[in-house]
Design a protein around this ligand. Structure first.
Ligand code: MG
Length: 372
């Protein structure tokens, strides 16, 4: 049932392994991701809202599961390799530090003071290649080439001359469609979910959304006419469902058109194509940008989240400084690592792996009690 442009077989693993009697290589990759520690930690990492708002809201794990659901739907319609897509979706956020984007920003600026930087895709690659310890035969999860390539390339391009260490990932070629669609499935998942959580958190009012997001307003009006007596939240849900469906359906149709327009028949054609093929039509592109801008202005950069973000940046920044100054307080495995790697990178890796809860505990232990 796979299209000719889908990924069929893997190029292989870093350490060759015999194939499994009844699970495909990509099914095994998916299962390895699910059984990893980094995947479990997603549960206690902020997506947008910290736990102080509500237990109902998305965290990075439930966001990841939503991305996998959307990505599988798209992959099936495009006759892509669903197992590969699911594994890529489940692994796509494992490189995120605690506290969402605020944590990422703080970690990046701490690293920049030491002449380096933090990038969550590169960090995710290090997790699956090195930090996860599950097998006696090798470090890491020994995932297939296609998963490692997708971790790096799903959301951005890395220039070959700036990242020579990534040269094995065919940086001059486009990633397979299975990987390209993750970025958009991710965006569809978080934009619709953030509208939902933002509304539930009373940070976004219905009026504000109706005014700022025309695609939502059109559907809401329709729903309101069909179910005038339904409670507002149920009408909201229904309109949001239509928005999600419109984005996904348009993405599937537009991508099919792009595949035909570029005369793409094989996986090699996908890789050689000068542009990415997964996308939405120009009409929906406008709505997509509009939705993102609305969320940036009214939610991600709203004053209501400032206190959480400041807190996150302070906790990450202070702990980073503390361990640079007192590396003897790091767990012994990290002290050993610091003999082989620069200390800032080791501290960065340690912090990036933490959950929100754990980093707060560490901050209390090392940065608050000492002040007293
Ligand atoms: Mg994501």
């Amino acid at each position: 049932m796979l299209a000719d442009y889908a990924v069929r077989d893997s190029r292989g693993r870093r350490y060759p392994e015999p194939s499994h009697p009844y699970r495909s290589d990509f099914q095994r990759d998916r299962d390895r991701v699910i059984h990893s520690r980094a995947f479990r930690r997603l549960e206690a990492k902020t997506q947008v809202f910290t736990r102080r708002y509500s237990d109902h809201f998305r965290n990075r794990l439930t966001h990841t599961i939503e991305v996998a659901q959307i990505a599988r739907t798209i992959a099936l319609q495009l006759r892509l390799n669903v197992d590969l897509v699911e594994a890529l979706a489940l692994v796509h956020d494992v490189g995120h530090p605690p506290f969402g984007h605020a944590g990422e920003k703080a970690l990046d600026s701490a690293m920049r003071e030491h002449g380096s930087f933090f990038d969550h895709n590169l960090h995710a690659l290090r997790i699956v290649e090195d930090f996860e310890m599950r097998y006696p035969m090798f470090r890491g999860l020994n995932l297939t080439f296609e998963i490692r390539e997708g971790i790096i390339k799903h959301s951005r391009e890395y220039e070959a001359d700036r990242y020579p260490e990534l040269s094995e990932y065919l940086l001059d070629q486009r990633p397979p469609l299975e990987s390209q669609l993750i970025d958009l499935a991710d965006e569809i998942a978080y934009t619709t979910a953030d509208l939902d959580d933002g509304y539930e958190a009373h940070l976004l009012s219905l009026e504000q959304i109706l005014q700022g997001v025309p695609v939502f307003a059109d559907f809401y009006r329709e729903v309101d006419q069909t179910y005038p007596d339904a409670i507002e939240k149920l009408k909201f849900n229904e309109a949001l469902r239509y928005v999600l469906d419109k984005l996904v359906t348009d993405l599937i149709e537009h991508t099919q058109n792009q595949i035909s327009a570029h005369a793409v028949e094989t996986l090699e054609d996908v890789r050689a194509c000068p542009t990415r093929l997964v996308g939405v039509s120009s009409d929906v592109e406008q709505e997509r940008c509009n939705l993102k801008q609305f969320l940036h202005k009214n939610l991600y950069f709203s004053e209501a989240l400032d206190a959480d973000k400041d807190d996150a940046e302070r906790v990450v920044g202070e702990l980073f400084k503390f361990w640079i100054e007192y590396p003897e307080s790091l767990p012994s495995a990290y002290q050993k690592k610091a003999e082989r790697e620069p200390l800032p990178r080791v501290v960065c890796d340690y912090i990036a792996g933490m959950t929100d809860n754990y980093i707060y505990e560490q901050h209390l232990k090392y940065c608050c009690e000492r002040v007293k």
